[in-house]
Design a protein around this ligand. Structure first.
Ligand code: TXE
Length: 490
């Protein structure tokens, strides 16, 4: 399989150049679909991060090519990048699948969604503007306005579950606002980002605007979050690491931080739904990308009147799912991202059984090379069970029973997370009550996990800080400068 997908780039990308790591160290990336090493990559450390930050700082200097570039030209460069992503979408998709085990179908969708995200942000550069203000007692004595200026050198630390979309979500608003960036991809899925770096160079972005320094979290990642010359860091990943990133920012230069973290998102299903449709939505909500989705519908609350029928149909759907080599056209899911994630999920399934949940199907690894897990459905899950509280990040559907709307809203909110949520019902009043009562950054009504470049994405509570996507994300990459001018002879 590795032979079919050519890996062209394995080095660090700094100042539009491919370079070796200062230490000479390399690290392997593994194809989780067969547990074979794909290749060795240059491994960045603090010294390499310093070089990348220097390049990004130089590119951001007042008067530099990037800083002086007309907004329309920045738009044009981003538009060119969109064309290149579309041109290479198959190649990008293959690299994603090879590196992290999601199906080629899903990876192709991710490539097109990434292009759409960049296309959306390509329209923003000449629309990021401030406001005119009317200061003071005497309006004519002063004139004041705000400028929305790029925040500066941005760090980005991204996870493995959407290795290309996460790049688009970070560089889209950053480049639209005129920032420069030093990014680290996840060590499990670094390949697609390297191809993106090549496309960024081909599109014609000036040297230093985008830099990619792959390596491990506690070394390269920490060097970004602790850096004294990075103005902002955008992080997507676990709550634990998000906490470390925020601590590092606080201990270093108080850089701005945006975080998109985990979830334990509720999907609430009332009895008036079309049952088949609801089962299908709930299935997609948790089994997409093998459950490795931060907003996965990992707690399905089903009304008691339809509970048994729902569980039966959920099991029927899960067992039909084809979990196999992700490069195969008819694969519904491929392998888990790596051995560690695979073991975490299998351990949590055992915990679910031990704590008394009813294992209705799946629950075991699939016996073949690589890290495959059977689609798993648990019924009779209760709020205090580990599988109802802890993010599993795997193909495990937990179905809970409820009676009443106030009860289910309270139970849905009884978590430290607040990322996604959903409600399925034909009753507008019930839907709106859930929409208003739920503590989450997104509520999907009669659908789940539809994410659009125009709509903000992020979390309440410990699911994060700030918002990605949409106009809201621009705020995360700009500083507001107010200018007050005294006018004489008024
Ligand atoms: O995440 P980490 P991991 C959740 C999911 C998963 C769990 C662990 O539940 O099972 O997190 O996954 C970098 N300083 N999510 O271990 O550690 C790391 O190299 C700076 C939810 O992969 O958070 C990678 O680039 N950076 C999530 C990135 O942080 C550090 C997606 C994410 O890795 C670092 C992924 C450090 N000290 C996992 N340590 C989502 N929100 O979608 C690691 N990193």
């Amino acid at each position: 399989m590795a032979a079919e997908t050519k890996v062209e780039y394995t080095k660090l990308f700094i100042n539009n150049e491919w370079c070796d790591s200062a230490s000479g160290k390399t690290f392997p990336t593994i194809n989780p679909a067969n547990n074979q090493e794909i290749c060795q990559l240059q491994e960045a450390d603090k010294v390499d991060v310093d070089l990348a930050v220097k390049a990004a700082r130089d590119a951001f200097e007042f008067g530099s090519e990037w800083r002086s570039m007309a907004a329309a030209q920045r738009s044009a460069l981003m538009g060119k990048l969109v064309e290149l992503v579309q041109r290479d979408s198959d190649k990008l998709a293959r690299l994603i699948t090879l590196d992290m085990g999601k199906t080629l179908k899903a990876a192709q969708f991710e490539a097109m969604f990434s292009a759409a995200t960049l296309a959306y942000y390509a329209g923003w550069p000449d629309k990021v503007t401030g406001k005119t203000l009317q200061p003071g007692a005497s309006e004519d004595a002063f004139f004041a306005y705000t400028r929305h200026e790029p925040i500066g050198v941005c760090g980005a630390i991204i996870p493995w579950n959407y290795p290309l979309a996460m790049i688009a979500w970070k560089i889209g608003p950053a480049l639209a606002c005129g920032c420069t960036m030093v990014m680290k991809a996840a060590e499990q899925s670094p390949l697609v980002g390297l191809h993106m770096a090549a496309l960024i160079k081909e599109a014609g972005f000036p040297p230093g605007v985008f830099n990619l320094v792959n390596g491990y979290g506690p070394t390269a990642g920490a060097a970004i979050s602790e850096h004294m010359d990075i103005d902002k860091v955008a992080f997507t990943g676990s709550v634990e690491t998000g906490r470390l990133v925020m601590q590092a920012a606080a201990k270093s230069n108080l850089k701005k931080v945006s975080l998109e973290l985990g979830g334990k998102s509720p999907l609430i299903i009332f009895p008036d739904v079309d049952l088949d449709e609801a089962v299908k939505t709930a299935h997609g909500a948790i089994f997409t990308n093998n459950g490795q989705v931060c907003s996965a519908g990992s707690r399905v609350f089903v009304h008691e009147d339809i509970y048994d029928k729902f569980v039966a149909k959920a099991v029927e759907t899960a067992v039909k799912s084809n979990v196999t080599n992700p490069m195969e056209e008819d694969a519904d899911n491929g392998s888990m991202v790596d051995e560690q994630q695979y073991n975490v999920v299998l351990d949590l399934i055992v915990k679910g059984v031990d704590e008394g949940a009813a294992l209705k199907c799946g629950g075991k690894k699939i016996e073949r090379e690589g890290f495959y897990i059977q689609p798993t459905v648990f019924a009779d899950v209760t709020d205090e069970m580990t599988i109802a509280k802890q993010e599993i990040f795997g193909p495990v559907q937990s179905i809970l029973k409820f009676k009443d709307i106030d009860e289910v809203i309270a139970r849905a909110n009884a978590t430290a997370y607040g990322l996604g949520s959903g409600v399925l019902t034909k009753d507008i009043d019930k839907a709106m009550k859930v929409v208003n009562g739920i503590e989450a950054g997104t509520v999907w009504v009669n659908c789940y996990n539809y994410t659009h470049p125009q709509c903000p994405f992020g979390g309440f509570k410990q699911s994060g800080h700030g918002r990605e996507l949409g106009k809201y994300a621009l705020k995360e990459y700009t500083e507001v400068k107010q200018v007050t001018m005294k006018l004489y002879n008024q």
